[in-house]
Ligand binder design. Structure first.
Ligand code: NAD
Ligand code: MG
Length: 379
């Protein structure tokens, strides 16, 4: 019997890569549910190809679609908890992915999680939902997949430190003056990965790496103090795990999300896949590493501070960033203002005294930070 999969955000970059992986694994998996936000045509095309039992369109309007289809936000939870689904691939961007992750875990599903914002906002709640329902999270993010592969089978007490790699984005070598005025087109030109717009901007500010440090804390139960980041422009080594004896393991491969997606689907097993480009050290050539310059990436520094503060600070950091990135993509603020806005929001309400252990508290902090970010953008 094949394993039933729901692909949330099937019209996005992660969603499309997931369907590409599944197209090569049809004996092992079947697509039971897909959801999209507003790309109706692509969703219809995917439905035609995969014939899933359930199709959800968040922004589908009020007219009831046909049998097995649903419009509106509730389609996400419905897809994530569908009785024929064993694995939910969450490829939704931003805080909108939280409810579906919680629901899937409470229903005992595996969540192959690309939607890192979920863990950053509400890591404690996600862990609690998994405990309650017997579900599990397996990361899709390439750095976390790398670490998972390095630590597999080791005891947590043997782990000394994690090192996540970052490409450094398109502005790694630019003068800070020029970076602050970078255009949307320049920010969307990622040197090594092709991804959705929001994460591509997050990779240019390195907010993405701060989100990943917080994500790694929850996934591997390691404090941010033992999670380092190194700039590695070639994106060939995705993550390192250092053990207490000083030995270090790394996971290596040409940049593709298809490998971490496949691993999240089959974990802890590995299955043959001829569609993924094989690694060749000679073709990879010289691999280089640089220290992350905190002056160049101020938003990363604020994100680490949010990790230190804990409570709802990571949720506030994430929400402020979501608003600032959206405004930047709409060309309402300059690139340099993204970091400035996030910094202002966290200075105004750090969330230090909020534990972040109830959904109401997390959602209130999220809403408050969004309001403060919009205010900061106008002033
Ligand atoms: P994307 O913009 O290409 O796709 C986002 C998907 O989410 C789309 O299918 C869209 O329809 C859906 N969506 C958007 N807003 C929604 C809403 N309010 N409600 C429901 N659905 C909504 O983004 P992406 O690059 O695929 O990234 C998705 C997630 O995966 C992000 O959290 C990102 O950080 C993470 N991620 C992506 C990559 C990558 O290579 N693309 C790598 C690592 C992690
Ligand atoms: Mg990543």
């Amino acid at each position: 019997m094949s394993v039933g999969v729901a692909v949330l955000g099937s019209t996005g970059s992660i969603g499309r890569s997931t369907l590409q992986v599944l197209a090569r694994q049809r004996e092992r998996f079947r697509v039971v549910a897909i959801t999209g936000h507003s790309n109706k045509d692509l969703l219809a095309q995917q439905a035609q190809e995969w014939k899933p039992a359930f199709v959800g369109l968040v922004n589908g309007g009020s007219r009831e679609p046909g049998a097995g289809s649903r419009n509106g936000t509730s389609c996400l939870v419905e897809a994530a908890t569908h009785p024929d689904v064993q694995i939910v691939v969450n490829g939704i961007v931003g805080a909108a992915g939280l409810e579906a992750t919680l629901a899937a875990l409470r229903a005992g599903k595996r969540v192959a999680l690309a939607n890192k914002e979920t863990l950053v906002m509400a890591g404690a709640l996600v862990a609690e939902a998994a405990r309650q329902g017997g579900g599990e999270i397996v990361p899709v993010d390439s750095e976390h997949s790398a670490v998972l592969q390095c630590v597999a089978g080791r005891r947590p007490t043997e782990l000394a430190r994690l090192i996540l790699t970052a490409s450094g984005g398109p502005f790694r070598t630019w003068e800070p003056e020029r970076v602050s005025k970078a255009t949307v087109a320049e920010a969307l030109k990622h040197p090594t990965w092709t991804m959705g717009k929001k994460i591509t901007v997050d990779s240019a500010t390195l907010v993405n790496k701060a989100l990943e440090v917080i994500e790694a804390q929850f996934l591997f139960d390691v404090s941010y103090e033992r999670i380092d980041v190194v700039i590695h422009p070639q994106s060939v080594i995705h993550g390192f795990a250092e053990f207490v004896d000083g030995s270090v393991l790394a996971q290596v491969g040409f940049p593709t999300m298809e490998l971490p997606i496949l691993y999240a689907l089959t974990y802890p097993d590995r299955v043959p896949d001829q569609g993924i480009r094989r690694f060749d050290p000679v073709a990879a050539g010289t691999l280089t590493f640089e220290a992350l310059d905190p002056h160049r990436f101020p938003a990363y520094v604020v994100g680490r501070e949010a990790a230190r503060v804990g409570g709802t600070a990571p949720a506030r950091f994430n929400a402020a960033n979501e608003v600032a990135v959206q405004l930047f993509l709409e060309e309402q603020i300059t690139f340099g203002r993204i970091a400035e806005i996030i910094e202002r929001v966290l200075a105004e309400g750090s969330g230090e005294k909020e534990e972040g252990t109830s959904l109401e508290e997390v959602l209130a902090a999220d809403a408050d930070a969004r309001r403060l970010a919009r205010e900061a953008a106008c002033s």
